[in-house]
Design a protein around this ligand. Sequence first.
Ligand code: NDP
Length: 447
Amino acid sequence: MDAKNYVETVLEDVKRRNPGEVEFHNAVAEVLHSLTPVFEKRKDLMDAAILERITEPERAISFRVPWMDDAGKIHVNRGFRVQFNGAIGPYKGGIRFHPSVNQSIIKFLGFEQTFKNSLTGLPMGGGKGGSDFDPKGKSDAEVMRFCQSFMSELYKHIGPDVDVPAGDIGVGGREIGFMYGMYRKLSNSSSQGVLTGKGLTFGGSLGRTPATGYGLLYFANEMLADKGESFKGKKVTISGSGNVATYAVEKAQQMGATVITCSDSAGYIYCKDGVDLEGVKQIKEVERLRIKEYVKHYGGEYFEGCANIWDVPCDVALPCATQNELDLAAAKKLIQNGVKFVVEGANMPCSLDAMKAFQEAGVYFGPAKAANAGGVACSGLEMTQNALRLSWSFEEVDEKLQNIMKNIFKNSKKAAEEYGYKDNLVVGANIAGFMKVATAMMGQGLI
Ligand code: NDP
């Protein structure tokens, strides 16, 4: 069988054996298609059924999570933990609390996480978990009872050398704190390395909060340098005004760029001389208002509707808000206005056809899997500090983060070139992430 047939056969099999799991099918298809050139060179991997094995989670756990609300009413949610691949280290990946959570979404995220974690160069396998619980509108006490019930089952399956969950949508410092407290009580062990994203007083790492936004800029900076350019004097559009966007703005400004936009789900601001970051933080983080309020106090213009942010001419575009926020029409507008670099801060913000349009137009494109890996990389550094029972300074963590992001760029570019895809960091990141996991699996026998 040739490489192309092999990939298509495995894909058909994945669809047949995981009926209805559309998100999982799509994620597998995207990765597997970009791996075809690997199998043209490495028939031994095909013979070892590497794709058949790597697309099957090592373990998928689903469990009942009963909890009582403040009025005494009983609710039942479903909890998930998918331990996708542990070949290079303990399973590692966030926990998501959102009504949309189901097995397909958790499997898709766990599969992607395996390659992202591999790219960081740290010894972390891939996993993901969550529940269809909606924390919105719940009291602190309700969230605590839910987290305690969730952990009363999950604790049997995790551990610093087994599986190390973290936060994701709907799971922040508060939820991690509640879950860690329950884990400690049930296991009678203060193994802090069992969860990451913890509070600074019980094993959390300095530098975790800005890590994804800073890491994105460290990665983008490598892309610019690769083309003999720098952020100095560049006009940069950034979407979003949450965690990733805010710290992306901060680092871009420190690197000498003028960041001319920010947005939220209602609209965007355009400031031709650069946004005032303190103003954005004051409006979004402190006062928790809409971004619209920014212009009343700090100047600039406000436009209703967040999608039109990509009409603003820029040198570098950094989508940092949410999935599918940049479609083909937006990509065409950016290309027409002369964008040179597009680097994904959010997870899958660009549609597949938008991504393709950028690549065809010669826009240098940085995929999320590589560019936003700074967050999980810093979680890996939190695990290391917990194992050493030490806390590093912010500067030490940041320096390590910079090196990790530089290496992710270097390895993705090298893998792309090796397989004849110059400057295609999408293919490069998939191949580099995959090769490390595949090599580890091959070295460990039939697992
Ligand atoms: P936040 O919730 O802190 O911020 C999200 C921001 O996006 C908010 O400003 C929100 O606006 C805005 N937003 C939501 N929907 C839209 C939309 N349709 N159009 C424009 N803006 C929108 O999330 P994070 O910053 O943590 O995460 C952003 C993305 O990055 C997500 O895709 C996440 O999965 C990904 N990511 C995050 C990591 C992290 O460490 N935080 C790590 C890796 C990936 P509003 O205020 O109106 O809700």
